[in-house]
Design a protein around this ligand. Structure first.
Ligand code: C5P
Length: 310
């Protein structure tokens, strides 16, 4: 039994992510789409504190509107804890305290980070000692982005986004994130993409079920070159996020005008991620966007995945 098994509480931190590249292919029968994506974990974190308890309970801090985060089985962190208990035969419960910094329904994988952190925290708290492979399997059952939140760094995701391979990334990339008060629903953004493609006649008969990340994206990451990465960043979901929320286009233009190298919708949005040349230029872009009344954060990537803080 590990030392942590005797602790009364365990604190785990897991990062939010940006999809530097997100190619979306056809829809499988289960509703999930074939993906080829590159995730980068960035320095905006979810903190999960797991404390011994007889039942399964959850509380949330760090959100403006608590009603946006369920505290029951709809919460992915709660599902993660229960899944780990049933997979290991653990008979007790846990109280999960979620301290959120990643925007809710923002396209940055905040809920997935909570689930990854909950898995790692409960595994340590309960002394269940799962192998990284078993943790990955449970993470993939919880959601397509959860395995990446466990691993962090920069990684290529294929399949439904859950088959991960590390990508080489040199140095650090500076990002400015502009968050929006109201989130977007991921399933709705995928559905809108399907509808849009049908409307324009694309992918009608033969949607690709296996996609690759373009080589220039991987080369830019390997070279640590923000200019090349800016030129090759892409997100298939951007068109549907912009159809749903046309005002996002104004944010992209403001960031580019302020000197960002490129701006992209993060995941299913509505967070916009701007890639900047240097930490100084990111600070400048952040300041300009704030002057326009935007909520802008300067973060960097890659950073590690879910890890125990104490
Ligand atoms: O797995 P996760 O809970 O993050 O997915 C949320 C929703 O996003 C899914 O229910 C599905 O509608 C959509 N999705 C998809 N294809 C993927 C990943 C997610 O259609 N590869």
């Amino acid at each position: 039994m590990t030392r942590e098994a005797f602790a009364e509480s365990v604190h785990v931190r897991a990062p939010g992510k940006i999809n530097v590249y997100l190619g979306v292919g056809g829809r499988h029968d289960d509703g999930y789409h074939a993906l080829a994506t590159v995730f980068q974990a960035v320095s905006l974190y979810e903190d999960v504190i797991a404390t011994d308890a007889p039942d399964f309970t959850l509380s949330v801090t760090g959100v403006d509107d608590p009603s946006t985060v369920p505290v029951d089985d709809r919460n992915l962190a709660m599902r993660a804890a229960k899944m780990l208990a049933s997979a290991t035969g653990y008979e007790g419960g846990v109280h999960l305290e979620l301290r959120k910094s990643v925007p809710v329904a923002g396209g940055m994988g905040g809920g997935s980070a909570d689930a990854a952190a909950a898995l790692v925290a409960c595994d340590a708290l309960w002394g269940t000692g799962l192998s990284p492979q078993r943790l990955h399997e449970l993470a993939a059952r919880l959601g397509a982005d959860v395995p990446f939140a466990l691993h962090g760094g920069t990684a290529v995701g294929t399949g439904r986004g859950d088959q991960l391979n590390p990508a080489l990334a040199r140095g650090r990339f500076d990002w400015v994130l502009v968050t929006s008060e109201a989130g977007l629903s991921t399933p709705e953004i995928y559905a809108r993409l399907d509808a849009h493609r049908t409307e324009i006649g694309a992918l009608a008969d033969d949607p690709p079920m296996s996609l690759d990340v373009p080589i220039p994206v991987l080369q830019a990451l390997r070279a640590g070159d923000p200019h090349s990465l800016a030129a090759s960043m892409f997100n298939d979901l951007e068109v549907s996020a912009l159809l749903e929320r046309p005002a996002l286009d104004d944010i992209i233009n403001e960031g580019l005008h302020a000197g960002a190298l490129s701006g992209i919708v993060s995941g299913s949005g509505p967070t916009i991620a701007f890639l900047c040349e240097t930490p100084d230029s990111a600070q400048y872009v952040q300041g300009e966007l704030q002057k326009n009344g935007r909520t802008a954060l300067h973060v960097h990537g890659p950073v590690p995945g879910a890890r125990i803080i104490s």
